[in-house]
Design a binder for this molecule. Structure first.
Ligand SMILES: [Zn+2]
Length: 661
């Protein structure tokens, strides 16, 4: 008799080996971290004596599941902002909250909570991309799980790095520290092509190749991403990352929702693998990944839950089922992605997707003992038909539940016995997560009510602009008055531009939060054709305005930021109670009057249509004395133009009478 440590005895052994060996009264012998034998119960009990014999009758004994893509610390952000578009969800909620809260402690706690949830779902290996990945590695190793853990690298500042050079340095350090660990494979994770620069992608690939570790990245998740890539560089996303050499590394590409057959061939040629995340893709309405085609063209595809903020759970059983079901509807073919293949993608093929195919993913002698035992005799899984042995795969994929998972072992160590977690204090973790949620609620509640901080959260390079400004506006009835001013000996014209301006004003229920303007400025050439377009957001706070000489206003508190996302984004993010539009033709002069800089606008309001031409004169100011002096000069310029006092207007265009709503 040979001595082993553990003998799993009885039960239906689902090996997921190359022959898809099924043993209906089977056994698995384990010594240390390794599987030494898989076979009939009778044969193995005759051959081995074990320190621990586990009766697995009434259970499936199968490989630990592989979650091919997730962001484990985001358990702490689960359910924070659902039912929104990807960009609003990511840029509007996730990233601002992450900037505020993500810390080493946050990442470790979130990872621990995720490990608890994943073990309960039968997962023993997962691929992760997040910040402070060394903390996640520690949490994962302590929980006894296997992880391919990618340090995120972004082109903009991240919670754990001010620049991508810092992230790369962190990644290098992380790899140095963790490579060779029995459970942890460190990896490099440039977030996505659209959040990377070309140099960042090249350097990430070089680092991964230097240490022979995987690259984890999001690829072609949305149609928009593909459209932007085509517009920017006339290349589809896979073609682009290939052209910069990224695919020379061992790439695990998440999503690949919008890739063509030619891109599948490119992935295959480079032995790159894919993580299919059906729930996340459906929830964010990103689309349905062409999984059937990818498999047809021999691309290795695993299944991932994606992060718990976009799923919202880490339930692999549910994910496998959805992958199988969704592929059928997508292909309009009920034979597409059969149950056995779906389970393969979550076991052996999933392990291959994580570049762990030689150590886990199937129950075979020589592989590591990553094993799950699931009850198979629940009411939802009765009765069992014996005619076709493959029916066990459909039992698991179409009827089993995560709650059927009874015992989980990873690397020969028990992580869960009889549904009790052995490496994590689940109650304590849940309590600490609740404490975080209270803090995040307070932060977001403050942020939600305050347009200024919402604006700050989604813009870069916001400046407090024209904080004090003297200005006047009047009806210009006589064009010769303008000629007179522009040719006046005290006036020196510095430059003149011609614009078409499209303004959308967002109004909010409380006037004190201010009003937000989204302005698209089309700079027109001599022929009136747009030659450059610039979009900006301006938050105008409710102002205390002074008047000078009864015709010049002093206003303050405006915040200006470049608007690099479409109007639709800001509408969904700020959720105004009302919107108003204003469109005008503006000629804008920068001029010196008696050596002092003024801006002179001649405006024709096109929408809502207004019959008059308006003139505005403005200048920045910084003191009461300066404002007084400039107000006096504005008065003089109005005099030169012959504008009578009754034509002076002290309100915004939006508030002017005669302009319809
Ligand atoms: Zn993801």
């Amino acid at each position: 008799m040979e001595q082993v440590d553990i003998l799993l005895s009885g039960g239906i052994v689902i090996s997921m080996d190359a022959a898809f060996t099924l043993i209906f009264d089977g056994a698995v012998a384990i010594r240390g971290s390794e599987i030494v034998a898989v076979g009939e119960r009778e044969a193995l009990t005759a051959q081995y004596t074990a320190h621990e014999v586990v009766d697995c009758s009434g259970q499936y004994v199968m490989p630990g599941l592989v979650n091919a893509h997730t962001h484990v610390p985001m358990t702490l952000l689960r359910g924070l902002a659902d039912d929104r578009r990807l960009d609003v969800w990511l840029m509007g909620y996730m990233m601002p909250t992450e900037r505020e809260f993500v810390s080493p402690e946050f990442c470790r706690l979130g990872a621990q909570l995720a490990c608890a949830e994943q073990i309960r779902s039968g997962i023993t290996s997962f691929a992760d991309m997040y910040y402070y990945e060394a903390e996640i590695a520690q949490a994962t190793a302590d929980a006894g799980m296997r992880g391919v853990l990618g340090q995120t690298i972004l082109k903009f500042p991240a919670p754990d790095a001010d620049s991508y050079e810092d992230s790369l340095a962190y990644a290098r350090q992380f790899i140095e520290t963790w490579r060779g660990h029995p459970l942890i494979t460190p990896a490099v994770a440039p977030h996505a092509p659209y959040s990377s620069t070309e140099d960042l992608l090249r350097q990430s690939a070089a680092l991964a190749i230097e240490y022979d570790v995987p690259v984890l990245i999001h690829i072609a998740e949305t149609r928009q991403e593909v459209d932007d890539s085509l517009q920017e560089r006339d290349q589809r996303v896979v073609d682009y990352v290939n052209s910069v050499g990224l695919l020379d590394a061992k790439v695990l590409a998440a999503h690949c929702v919008h890739i063509k057959i030619s891109e599948m061939h490119t992935l295959r040629e480079h032995n790159c693998t894919v993580a299919h995340c059906p729930t996340s893709n459906l929830k964010l309405a990103s689309g349905i990944a062409p999984v059937t085609d990818m498999l047809k063209f021999d691309v290795t595809v695993g299944i991932g839950t994606d992060g718990p903020a976009s799923n919202n759970d880490l339930d692999m059983i549910e994910e496998i089922r959805l992958a199988a079901i969704l592929a059928k509807t997508a292909a309009n073919d009920p034979t597409a992605l059969p149950a056995r293949q779906a389970l393969l993608m979550a076991t052996r093929q999933g392990a291959e997707a994580l570049y762990l195919g030689d150590v886990t993913g199937s129950l075979e002698p020589g592989k590591l003992a990553d094993i799950v035992m699931m009850d198979c005799d629940g009411a939802h899984n009765s009765p069992r038909f014996r005619r076709d042995p493959n029916a066990v795969y459909s039992e698991i994929v179409y009827a089993s539940k995560s709650t059927d998972v009874a015992h989980v072992m990873c690397h020969g160590r028990w992580l869960m016995r009889d549904r009790e977690l052995l490496t994590l204090d689940e109650e304590a973790l849940k309590q600490r997560a609740r404490d975080y949620a209270v803090k995040i609620d307070v932060f977001l509640a403050a942020h939600e009510g305050d347009i200024f901080s919402k604006l700050l959260a989604v813009t870069q390079g916001m400046e407090r602009g024209e904080s004090f400004e003297v200005q006047t506006k009047a009806i210009l009835r006589d064009a010769s008055g303008l000629e007179r001013l522009l040719s006046h000996p005290d006036v020196q014209i510095l430059k003149m531009n011609h614009y078409r301006q499209y303004d959308t004003y967002f109004e909010f229920d409380r006037a004190e939060v201010g009003r937000l303007r989204y302005r698209e400025d089309d700079l027109l050439d001599d022929k009136g054709e747009a030659q450059a377009v610039r979009s900006r957001l301006t938050l105008t706070m409710p102002t205390k305005e002074n008047t000078f000489h009864s015709s010049v206003l002093l206003s303050h508190s405006r915040f200006i930021a470049p608007a690099d996302r479409p109007l639709r984004f800001y509408r969904e993010y700020f959720q105004p109670v009302a919107e108003r539009e204003l469109q005008k033709d503006r000629r804008r002069w920068h001029l010196h009057y008696q050596g002092v800089l003024f801006y002179l606008n001649v405006d024709q309001v096109l929408r809502p249509e207004a019959p008059d031409t308006f003139i505005e004169i403005k200048s920045r100011t910084w003191s009461a004395m300066d404002a007084e002096n400039k107000a006096y000069r504005i008065q003089q310029m109005l005099g030169i133009m012959g504008v009578p006092a009754e034509d002076i207007i002290l309100t915004d265009y939006l508030e002017m009478e005669g302009l319809p709503d």
